[in-house]
Design a protein around this ligand. Sequence first.
Ligand SMILES: C[S@@+](CC[C@H](N)C(=O)[O-])C[C@H]1O[C@@H](n2cnc3c(N)ncnc32)[C@H](O)[C@@H]1O
Length: 374
Amino acid sequence: MAADTLCQTPWGAVRLLRYPARRDEPLQAWCSADLLLLEALHELAADGAGILAVNDEHGALAVASGARAVWTDSALAAQALARNLTANERAPVAVTWSVDPPPPTSTVVVLRIPKQLPYFEYQLALLAAATAPETMVLAAGMDKHLSPRVAALLEQYIGPTRRHPGQRKARLFSARRDLRVAAAPPADVAYRCAAAGGELRALPAVFSRDRLDGGSRLLLQVLPQLPAADRVIDLACGNGVLGLAALQQGLARQLLFADESAMAIASARANLVRLFPAALANCDFHHGDGLQDCAWGPAGLILCNPPFHLNHTVDAYAGRRLLAQCARHLAPGGTLCLVANRHLDYGAALRRDFSRISKLAGDSRFTVWRACRA
Ligand SMILES: C[S@@+](CC[C@H](N)C(=O)[O-])C[C@H]1O[C@@H](n2cnc3c(N)ncnc32)[C@H](O)[C@@H]1O
């Protein structure tokens, strides 16, 4: 059954759709953590011009409250926000990417607590530097995703914090900025990957930033079996491990790194500059929804370890969308090499868009597929 799209907020009802969304999308574009934040914000009677919304997933916070600015890592979230602002006849809202500091002049910050704790700490450290004394930071998340350390981290980075009673399976925290409180953001982490040419570093929102993902490990084992190509795409690149390995093994002349996470794109670029500085002139970066709106010409080879989560549950939808985009971006005869969780069946989706599909490798958790464009 399709989810409700009319969200009742203290300012009135707003129409909110997820992005991306399936036909008859069963998931709502907001959750009770968003509603707790909106109710608390309304009680403060804050003027929209002073509100900064952080990690607003589909625009519920900014569309309803009239927030002046959004700070996010996600190109998908920015698309959802833009579409929902238009649908509700609201003016555009400035988006600042996670890799830049938040805009400094907010009087209230409303923040959806991200699932990666180091990223939460990173955001709090930067918010602390950008907010004036007495700025109110409202943070909320769904109970099942909240770390027991949330209140302590808010105390450590922002100032005196209140943990509000849980409501509707969500919880609100409020912290008031106290300039006597100061903490450094968490240290960088990295791992060594010989196949990709050395140490791979990544910013805190990046997938598997401290160890090589098991799926990518399996894909790297079959890389020598793949054909070299003039143009190669590392789709859903994270820290860039697959594209960098293609460079290291002489498979790619020109390379595109694509991801919806601003921190992933920045990390892939930084790893490229450090490990293969001479290749920079032949590489491009696309921060967006897969290869949608990407002008980069047809590729001979696409490497992809696609996202496998939707709202914290394992789901093939996000990955299947990327497959259809790959089919459109491959040159005739080009090859897609995809690694996927074994229990997510990409076989049917691959057969729909590609010819000559084979399994190149498998283990207890992952399968590596090879698919060609006819
Ligand atoms: C399983 S991780 C793989 C990361 C990296 N290739 C690796 O192997 O470590 C999937 C990546 O897909 C990205 N992603 C999710 N949805 C996306 C979309 N619609 N377009 C582009 N990238 C997306 C995530 O940000 C994440 O970096």
